[in-house]
Design a protein around this ligand. Structure first.
Ligand SMILES: *Cc1c(COP(=O)(O)O)cnc(C)c1O
Length: 361
Protein backbone atom coordinates (compact mmCIF):
# COMPACT_ATOMS: atom_id res chain seq x y z
CA UNK A 1 0.00 0.00 0.00
CA UNK A 2 1.48 3.38 -0.95
CA UNK A 3 1.43 6.16 1.59
CA UNK A 4 -1.73 8.25 1.49
CA UNK A 5 -2.81 11.15 3.65
CA UNK A 6 -6.52 11.40 4.14
CA UNK A 7 -7.79 14.95 4.73
CA UNK A 8 -11.42 13.90 5.08
CA UNK A 9 -13.61 16.04 7.36
CA UNK A 10 -15.30 12.96 8.80
CA UNK A 11 -15.34 10.11 9.11
CA UNK A 12 -11.68 10.97 9.30
CA UNK A 13 -8.40 9.19 9.57
CA UNK A 14 -7.52 7.44 12.81
CA UNK A 15 -4.06 7.17 14.38
CA UNK A 16 -2.09 4.50 12.62
CA UNK A 17 -0.88 2.75 15.79
CA UNK A 18 -4.53 2.44 16.85
CA UNK A 19 -5.52 0.89 13.54
CA UNK A 20 -2.64 -1.59 13.76
CA UNK A 21 -3.61 -2.56 17.27
CA UNK A 22 -7.27 -2.98 16.31
CA UNK A 23 -6.21 -5.17 13.38
CA UNK A 24 -4.12 -7.40 15.60
CA UNK A 25 -6.99 -7.82 18.03
CA UNK A 26 -9.76 -7.95 15.47
CA UNK A 27 -10.51 -11.67 15.26
CA UNK A 28 -9.08 -12.87 18.54
CA UNK A 29 -9.46 -10.21 21.15
CA UNK A 30 -7.55 -10.68 24.43
CA UNK A 31 -7.00 -14.35 23.49
CA UNK A 32 -10.72 -14.87 24.00
CA UNK A 33 -11.30 -16.44 20.58
CA UNK A 34 -13.91 -13.77 19.81
CA UNK A 35 -13.89 -10.28 18.41
CA UNK A 36 -14.73 -7.43 20.74
CA UNK A 37 -17.71 -6.92 18.40
CA UNK A 38 -19.05 -10.35 19.23
CA UNK A 39 -19.26 -10.20 22.99
CA UNK A 40 -22.01 -8.99 25.28
CA UNK A 41 -21.82 -5.38 26.34
CA UNK A 42 -22.78 -6.58 29.80
CA UNK A 43 -20.01 -9.14 30.09
CA UNK A 44 -17.14 -8.38 32.44
CA UNK A 45 -14.60 -8.13 29.61
CA UNK A 46 -16.48 -5.44 27.73
CA UNK A 47 -17.42 -3.62 30.93
CA UNK A 48 -13.71 -3.29 31.63
CA UNK A 49 -13.14 -1.78 28.16
CA UNK A 50 -16.02 0.62 28.67
CA UNK A 51 -15.01 1.88 32.08
CA UNK A 52 -11.34 2.16 31.13
CA UNK A 53 -12.29 4.29 28.11
CA UNK A 54 -14.36 6.55 30.33
CA UNK A 55 -11.55 6.86 32.85
CA UNK A 56 -8.98 7.68 30.16
CA UNK A 57 -11.26 10.33 28.68
CA UNK A 58 -11.78 11.80 32.16
CA UNK A 59 -8.01 11.87 32.68
CA UNK A 60 -7.29 13.49 29.32
CA UNK A 61 -9.81 16.29 29.81
CA UNK A 62 -9.51 16.46 33.62
CA UNK A 63 -13.28 16.06 33.82
CA UNK A 64 -14.52 17.11 37.29
CA UNK A 65 -16.26 14.41 39.36
CA UNK A 66 -19.60 16.20 39.24
CA UNK A 67 -19.84 15.65 35.49
CA UNK A 68 -21.35 12.58 33.84
CA UNK A 69 -19.49 11.17 30.87
CA UNK A 70 -21.99 9.49 28.55
CA UNK A 71 -21.40 7.33 25.48
CA UNK A 72 -24.52 7.70 23.37
CA UNK A 73 -25.95 6.89 19.95
CA UNK A 74 -26.82 9.29 17.20
CA UNK A 75 -23.65 11.24 16.48
CA UNK A 76 -23.50 15.01 16.65
CA UNK A 77 -26.93 15.57 15.21
CA UNK A 78 -28.46 13.25 17.77
CA UNK A 79 -27.36 15.79 20.36
CA UNK A 80 -28.97 18.63 18.39
CA UNK A 81 -32.21 17.00 19.62
CA UNK A 82 -31.01 15.54 22.91
CA UNK A 83 -29.77 18.89 24.25
CA UNK A 84 -33.09 20.78 23.96
CA UNK A 85 -35.03 17.72 25.12
CA UNK A 86 -32.89 17.30 28.24
CA UNK A 87 -32.23 20.90 29.14
CA UNK A 88 -35.34 22.93 28.33
CA UNK A 89 -39.09 23.04 28.48
CA UNK A 90 -41.08 23.79 25.30
CA UNK A 91 -41.79 27.31 26.62
CA UNK A 92 -38.19 28.15 27.45
CA UNK A 93 -35.73 29.99 25.22
CA UNK A 94 -32.47 28.54 24.06
CA UNK A 95 -29.85 31.02 22.83
CA UNK A 96 -27.64 30.25 19.87
CA UNK A 97 -24.47 31.56 18.36
CA UNK A 98 -24.54 30.64 14.70
CA UNK A 99 -21.02 30.70 13.31
CA UNK A 100 -21.53 28.25 10.47
CA UNK A 101 -23.58 25.41 9.13
CA UNK A 102 -23.46 23.06 12.12
CA UNK A 103 -24.52 25.62 14.72
CA UNK A 104 -27.25 26.63 12.28
CA UNK A 105 -28.43 23.02 12.14
CA UNK A 106 -28.55 22.95 15.93
CA UNK A 107 -30.96 25.91 16.02
CA UNK A 108 -33.29 24.30 13.50
CA UNK A 109 -33.48 21.13 15.58
CA UNK A 110 -33.84 22.95 18.91
CA UNK A 111 -36.77 24.96 17.45
CA UNK A 112 -38.81 21.76 17.46
CA UNK A 113 -38.51 21.50 21.24
CA UNK A 114 -38.09 25.00 22.65
CA UNK A 115 -38.04 28.70 21.74
CA UNK A 116 -34.69 28.85 19.96
CA UNK A 117 -33.18 32.28 19.27
CA UNK A 118 -30.13 33.30 17.33
CA UNK A 119 -28.08 35.87 19.28
CA UNK A 120 -24.89 36.03 17.23
CA UNK A 121 -23.73 35.54 13.67
CA UNK A 122 -20.50 36.07 11.74
CA UNK A 123 -19.60 39.47 10.37
CA UNK A 124 -17.21 40.64 7.72
CA UNK A 125 -14.11 42.31 9.16
CA UNK A 126 -11.25 43.44 6.91
CA UNK A 127 -13.07 41.63 4.11
CA UNK A 128 -12.90 38.32 5.97
CA UNK A 129 -15.37 36.21 7.95
CA UNK A 130 -15.18 37.05 11.64
CA UNK A 131 -17.19 35.76 14.60
CA UNK A 132 -17.79 38.40 17.30
CA UNK A 133 -18.91 37.61 20.87
CA UNK A 134 -22.66 38.09 21.44
CA UNK A 135 -24.19 41.36 22.54
CA UNK A 136 -24.72 40.97 26.35
CA UNK A 137 -28.17 42.59 26.04
CA UNK A 138 -29.38 39.55 24.12
CA UNK A 139 -28.60 37.14 26.96
CA UNK A 140 -31.95 36.37 28.60
CA UNK A 141 -31.20 35.44 32.20
CA UNK A 142 -33.89 32.74 32.26
CA UNK A 143 -32.90 31.06 28.99
CA UNK A 144 -32.37 27.33 29.34
CA UNK A 145 -28.90 27.35 27.78
CA UNK A 146 -26.61 29.03 25.29
CA UNK A 147 -25.44 26.78 22.46
CA UNK A 148 -22.38 27.36 20.31
CA UNK A 149 -19.93 25.50 18.12
CA UNK A 150 -16.30 26.48 18.78
CA UNK A 151 -15.09 24.87 15.58
CA UNK A 152 -17.23 24.92 12.46
CA UNK A 153 -16.16 21.93 10.39
CA UNK A 154 -17.64 23.03 7.08
CA UNK A 155 -16.79 26.73 7.20
CA UNK A 156 -13.42 26.59 8.95
CA UNK A 157 -14.51 29.20 11.50
CA UNK A 158 -13.32 28.75 15.08
CA UNK A 159 -12.92 30.86 18.20
CA UNK A 160 -11.20 30.30 21.50
CA UNK A 161 -13.28 32.71 23.60
CA UNK A 162 -16.21 31.55 25.69
CA UNK A 163 -19.42 33.56 25.47
CA UNK A 164 -20.22 35.69 28.54
CA UNK A 165 -23.54 34.10 29.37
CA UNK A 166 -24.48 35.77 32.65
CA UNK A 167 -25.10 32.42 34.33
CA UNK A 168 -26.97 30.79 31.45
CA UNK A 169 -25.53 27.25 31.03
CA UNK A 170 -23.09 26.92 28.13
CA UNK A 171 -23.50 24.01 25.71
CA UNK A 172 -20.78 23.41 23.13
CA UNK A 173 -20.80 21.22 20.04
CA UNK A 174 -17.19 20.09 20.01
CA UNK A 175 -17.56 17.39 17.36
CA UNK A 176 -14.57 18.55 15.34
CA UNK A 177 -12.34 19.99 18.04
CA UNK A 178 -12.65 17.86 21.17
CA UNK A 179 -9.31 16.46 22.38
CA UNK A 180 -7.36 18.74 20.05
CA UNK A 181 -6.17 20.87 22.99
CA UNK A 182 -6.70 21.10 26.76
CA UNK A 183 -10.03 22.43 27.93
CA UNK A 184 -11.55 23.67 31.20
CA UNK A 185 -14.62 21.45 31.36
CA UNK A 186 -15.96 23.22 34.46
CA UNK A 187 -16.80 26.30 32.40
CA UNK A 188 -19.33 24.37 30.31
CA UNK A 189 -22.56 22.71 31.35
CA UNK A 190 -22.62 20.31 28.41
CA UNK A 191 -19.95 19.36 25.90
CA UNK A 192 -20.74 16.91 23.18
CA UNK A 193 -19.07 15.45 20.13
CA UNK A 194 -19.88 12.99 17.39
CA UNK A 195 -16.98 10.55 17.41
CA UNK A 196 -15.90 10.36 13.80
CA UNK A 197 -13.51 13.32 13.75
CA UNK A 198 -11.23 13.16 16.77
CA UNK A 199 -12.50 10.20 18.78
CA UNK A 200 -13.11 7.06 16.74
CA UNK A 201 -15.55 5.54 14.27
CA UNK A 202 -18.98 7.02 13.60
CA UNK A 203 -22.09 5.95 15.42
CA UNK A 204 -21.01 7.15 18.84
CA UNK A 205 -21.32 10.48 20.55
CA UNK A 206 -19.63 11.51 23.74
CA UNK A 207 -21.53 13.80 26.09
CA UNK A 208 -19.98 15.42 29.14
CA UNK A 209 -22.67 16.97 31.28
CA UNK A 210 -22.83 18.70 34.65
CA UNK A 211 -24.91 16.30 36.74
CA UNK A 212 -26.97 19.21 38.06
CA UNK A 213 -28.60 19.50 34.64
CA UNK A 214 -29.42 15.81 34.42
CA UNK A 215 -32.90 14.56 35.28
CA UNK A 216 -35.05 17.31 33.79
CA UNK A 217 -35.78 15.82 30.37
CA UNK A 218 -39.09 16.58 28.67
CA UNK A 219 -41.45 13.62 29.07
CA UNK A 220 -41.50 13.03 25.30
CA UNK A 221 -37.71 12.48 25.23
CA UNK A 222 -36.85 9.14 23.61
CA UNK A 223 -35.39 6.97 26.35
CA UNK A 224 -32.14 6.41 24.49
CA UNK A 225 -31.59 10.19 24.44
CA UNK A 226 -32.41 10.78 28.09
CA UNK A 227 -29.24 11.80 29.94
CA UNK A 228 -30.52 10.57 33.29
CA UNK A 229 -31.27 7.08 31.96
CA UNK A 230 -27.89 7.01 30.24
CA UNK A 231 -26.15 8.06 33.44
CA UNK A 232 -28.08 5.66 35.62
CA UNK A 233 -27.30 2.72 33.31
CA UNK A 234 -23.64 3.63 32.68
CA UNK A 235 -24.50 4.40 29.04
CA UNK A 236 -25.98 0.92 28.62
CA UNK A 237 -29.69 1.57 28.76
CA UNK A 238 -29.68 -0.26 25.44
CA UNK A 239 -26.86 -1.86 23.49
CA UNK A 240 -24.21 0.79 22.91
CA UNK A 241 -22.09 0.96 19.75
CA UNK A 242 -19.55 -1.39 21.31
CA UNK A 243 -16.93 -1.44 18.58
CA UNK A 244 -16.85 2.36 18.36
CA UNK A 245 -16.57 2.59 22.13
CA UNK A 246 -13.69 0.09 22.17
CA UNK A 247 -11.88 1.93 19.38
CA UNK A 248 -12.40 5.27 21.10
CA UNK A 249 -10.73 3.69 24.11
CA UNK A 250 -7.69 2.81 22.01
CA UNK A 251 -7.55 6.39 20.73
CA UNK A 252 -7.66 7.74 24.31
CA UNK A 253 -4.76 5.44 25.28
CA UNK A 254 -2.82 6.61 22.22
CA UNK A 255 -3.39 10.25 23.21
CA UNK A 256 -2.08 9.52 26.69
CA UNK A 257 0.94 7.71 25.27
CA UNK A 258 2.04 10.67 23.16
CA UNK A 259 1.84 13.06 26.12
CA UNK A 260 -1.83 14.03 26.37
CA UNK A 261 -3.57 17.13 25.15
CA UNK A 262 -0.70 19.59 25.72
CA UNK A 263 1.39 17.67 23.25
CA UNK A 264 -1.57 17.22 20.93
CA UNK A 265 -2.20 20.98 20.96
CA UNK A 266 1.45 21.66 20.17
CA UNK A 267 1.28 19.36 17.15
CA UNK A 268 -2.04 20.77 15.97
CA UNK A 269 -0.79 24.37 16.20
CA UNK A 270 2.30 23.48 14.21
CA UNK A 271 0.34 21.70 11.48
CA UNK A 272 -2.18 24.52 11.11
CA UNK A 273 0.53 27.19 11.06
CA UNK A 274 2.40 25.26 8.37
CA UNK A 275 -0.62 25.21 6.09
CA UNK A 276 -1.87 28.76 6.77
CA UNK A 277 1.64 30.14 6.24
CA UNK A 278 1.78 28.47 2.84
CA UNK A 279 -1.66 29.83 1.90
CA UNK A 280 -0.82 33.35 3.11
CA UNK A 281 2.53 33.40 1.32
CA UNK A 282 0.85 32.98 -2.06
CA UNK A 283 -1.70 34.87 -4.13
CA UNK A 284 -2.57 31.64 -5.85
CA UNK A 285 -4.31 30.29 -2.72
CA UNK A 286 -6.54 32.07 -0.24
CA UNK A 287 -8.45 31.47 2.97
CA UNK A 288 -11.31 33.88 3.63
CA UNK A 289 -11.54 33.56 7.40
CA UNK A 290 -10.22 36.31 9.67
CA UNK A 291 -6.91 35.22 11.30
CA UNK A 292 -8.53 35.46 14.77
CA UNK A 293 -11.22 32.96 13.77
CA UNK A 294 -9.32 30.41 11.77
CA UNK A 295 -9.89 26.75 12.52
CA UNK A 296 -6.89 24.56 13.26
CA UNK A 297 -8.80 21.43 12.41
CA UNK A 298 -10.56 22.28 9.14
CA UNK A 299 -8.78 24.61 6.78
CA UNK A 300 -10.73 25.68 3.71
CA UNK A 301 -8.85 27.34 0.89
CA UNK A 302 -9.67 28.52 -2.59
CA UNK A 303 -7.63 28.74 -5.75
CA UNK A 304 -7.57 32.24 -7.22
CA UNK A 305 -8.61 30.55 -10.45
CA UNK A 306 -11.49 28.18 -9.65
CA UNK A 307 -11.23 26.64 -13.12
CA UNK A 308 -8.22 24.76 -11.78
CA UNK A 309 -10.14 23.19 -8.88
CA UNK A 310 -10.82 19.83 -10.46
CA UNK A 311 -7.29 19.56 -11.79
CA UNK A 312 -5.96 20.37 -8.30
CA UNK A 313 -8.10 17.66 -6.75
CA UNK A 314 -7.19 15.10 -9.41
CA UNK A 315 -3.46 15.67 -9.14
CA UNK A 316 -3.61 15.77 -5.34
CA UNK A 317 -5.42 12.44 -5.31
CA UNK A 318 -2.79 10.96 -7.62
CA UNK A 319 -0.11 12.22 -5.21
CA UNK A 320 -1.80 10.39 -2.31
CA UNK A 321 -3.47 13.49 -0.84
CA UNK A 322 -7.09 12.45 -0.48
CA UNK A 323 -10.45 14.03 0.26
CA UNK A 324 -9.44 17.67 -0.20
CA UNK A 325 -12.66 18.76 -1.87
CA UNK A 326 -14.42 21.52 0.04
CA UNK A 327 -17.93 20.99 1.33
CA UNK A 328 -20.47 21.43 -1.48
CA UNK A 329 -21.92 24.49 0.25
CA UNK A 330 -18.53 26.27 0.31
CA UNK A 331 -16.66 24.95 -2.73
CA UNK A 332 -12.90 25.09 -3.21
CA UNK A 333 -10.74 22.87 -1.03
CA UNK A 334 -10.71 21.90 2.60
CA UNK A 335 -7.89 20.18 4.43
CA UNK A 336 -9.01 18.62 7.67
CA UNK A 337 -6.09 18.06 9.97
CA UNK A 338 -7.42 16.28 13.02
CA UNK A 339 -5.32 14.70 15.75
CA UNK A 340 -4.48 11.65 13.65
CA UNK A 341 -3.00 13.66 10.76
CA UNK A 342 0.78 13.68 11.07
CA UNK A 343 2.81 16.81 10.32
CA UNK A 344 4.29 14.82 7.46
CA UNK A 345 0.86 14.83 5.77
CA UNK A 346 0.59 18.60 6.00
CA UNK A 347 4.11 19.17 4.69
CA UNK A 348 3.36 16.79 1.80
CA UNK A 349 0.28 18.88 1.02
CA UNK A 350 2.25 22.12 1.17
CA UNK A 351 4.92 20.73 -1.18
CA UNK A 352 2.21 19.63 -3.56
CA UNK A 353 0.58 23.09 -3.44
CA UNK A 354 3.89 24.81 -4.14
CA UNK A 355 4.55 22.56 -7.10
CA UNK A 356 1.00 22.98 -8.43
CA UNK A 357 1.36 26.75 -8.28
CA UNK A 358 4.70 26.56 -10.06
CA UNK A 359 3.09 24.57 -12.88
CA UNK A 360 -0.15 26.50 -13.25
CA UNK A 361 0.31 29.83 -11.48
C1 LIG B 1 -19.81 16.31 11.96
C2 LIG B 1 -20.44 17.30 12.83
C3 LIG B 1 -21.76 17.16 13.30
C4 LIG B 1 -22.69 16.05 12.86
O1 LIG B 1 -22.26 14.83 13.25
P1 LIG B 1 -23.11 13.53 12.87
O2 LIG B 1 -22.42 12.51 13.71
O3 LIG B 1 -23.00 13.31 11.41
O4 LIG B 1 -24.51 13.75 13.29
C5 LIG B 1 -22.24 18.12 14.17
N1 LIG B 1 -21.50 19.16 14.54
C6 LIG B 1 -20.24 19.34 14.10
C7 LIG B 1 -19.45 20.52 14.56
C8 LIG B 1 -19.67 18.42 13.23
O5 LIG B 1 -18.41 18.58 12.81
Amino acid sequence: MSKVFNFSAGPAMLPEPVMQQAREQFVDWNASGSSVMEVSHRGSEFLEVASQAEQDLRDLLAVPDNYNVLFMHGGGRGQFAAVPLNLSTPQQSSLHLVSGSWSKGAVAEASKYNQAKIIGEPQIKDGLTFMPPPNPELIEANAAYLHFCPNETVDGVAYDWLPESNGVPLVADMSSTILSQPLDVSRYSVLYAGAQKNIGPSGLSVVIVDEELVGKAQSVTPSIFDYSLAAKHDSMYNTPPTFSWYLAGLVFKWLKSIGGLDEMARRNHRKAATLYNAIDASDFYQNRIHPECRSRMNIPFQLANADLDSRFLQEAEAAGLKALKGHRSVGGMRASSYNAMPLEGVTALVSFMTEFERKYG
